[in-house]
Design a protein around this ligand. Structure first.
Ligand code: ADP
Ligand code: MG
Length: 284
């Protein structure tokens, strides 16, 4: 009984003062052949190998790298749905499980869009960690849901089925869910892929609005121009950490050739052509 009460009243792990929002130390992940989400040290094909980095509060980070580089794997390790084969993850100084401050929006291809649920219900799901599973939302929770939808300019969509929305609208609704959750660390896996420029801009506008709240945002993207122009730092992955720093320091011809290998062609001293085949419908 005591255990049950503890679970019902549980509201997420506390944060260690003075620690980075996110720290990975020497993280390696190897998927077992054929197994979904199971890791092993025996398979030597590493999805991630010896990855270490720190992210401070309020930073906006672009995570780039070719298909299969380990971007989605990195996010799953941070949210704790996947256990690393080796290494440590710290979020506000604590292990990755039990945090209600992390919001994760998976790649579009990993979400079942036919699930019959309205937009406002999707956003209310963000409140579950705060309300607790066995209680009903209060008036204040519905107010937060409406305010979150308003912030992403999707309040008019509240009663629609999530599957009816355009890709850009769906991404904004999932960001609204993160707002309703009052997330401090937001992980967006390829939210810009397949969106037109105005829809991409709408998402950046929402992300800009999170800056004053000190929300830390990691965005996996294939768009190297956006990565360079719209983010504080760029993480270039290809199973290993190729480089992590300012866009100009990271996105050099040498680093890009190291990360993209055969998909990156040097046209001249200054021009590179990327022929990475990307991404809609890719299940990675
Ligand atoms: P990205 O998101 O950068 O495209 P992923 O993290 O999806 O990369 O994949 C990294 C590597 O791990 C790839 O080689 C991919 O084939 C492999 N992988 C990803 N998910 C699984 C899984 N569930 N089972 C086995 N291998 C996987
Ligand atoms: Mg991916």
């Amino acid at each position: 009984m005591a255990e049950l009460v503890r679970q019902i009243t549980y509201r997420g792990v506390s944060h260690q003062p003075g620690t980075p929002t996110l720290e990975m130390r020497d993280i390696s992940v190897a998927y077992a052949a054929g197994a979904n989400g199971v890791t092993t040290q025996r398979g030597t094909q590493y999805a991630l190998q010896a990855v270490s980095f720190k992210v401070e509060a309020g930073e906006r980070i672009a995570v780039v790298g070719p298909n299969g580089a380990g971007k989605s794997t990195l996010f799953k390790i941070i949210v704790g749905t996947l256990k690393p084969s080796q290494g440590e993850v710290h979020i506000f100084g604590q292990g990755p499980t039990g945090h209600i401050c992390i919001a994760y929006v998976p790649q579009r291809s990993q979400i079942d869009w036919s699930f019959p649920v309205t937009v406002e219900d999707v956003v209310m799901m963000g409140r579950v960690g705060r309300i607790g599973f066995f209680r009903w939302p209060r008036r204040q929770d519905w107010q937060i849901v409406r305010a979150s939808l308003e912030r992403v300019r999707a309040l008019h969509l509240a009663k629609k089925q999530i599957g009816e929305l355009s890709g850009g609208q769906q991404q904004r609704v999932f960001i609204a869910r993160a707002l309703a959750q009052e997330a401090e660390l937001l992980l967006l896996d390829e939210p810009l892929t397949g969106l037109d420029v105005p829809s991409q801009e709408a998402i950046f506008e929402v992300l800009d609005g999170l800056r004053p709240d000190g929300v830390t945002v990691l965005v996996a993207t294939h768009d190297l121009n956006l990565a360079a122009e719209r983010f504080d730092r760029v993480m270039l992955l290809n199973h290993q950490m190729v480089a992590f720093g300012s866009g100009t320091a990271v996105l050099t011809p040498e680093n890009l050739l190291a990360a993209y290998g055969g998909h990156m062609h040097r046209l001249s001293e200054t021009d590179l052509l990327l022929t990475d085949t990307c991404c809609e419908g890719h299940d990675g």
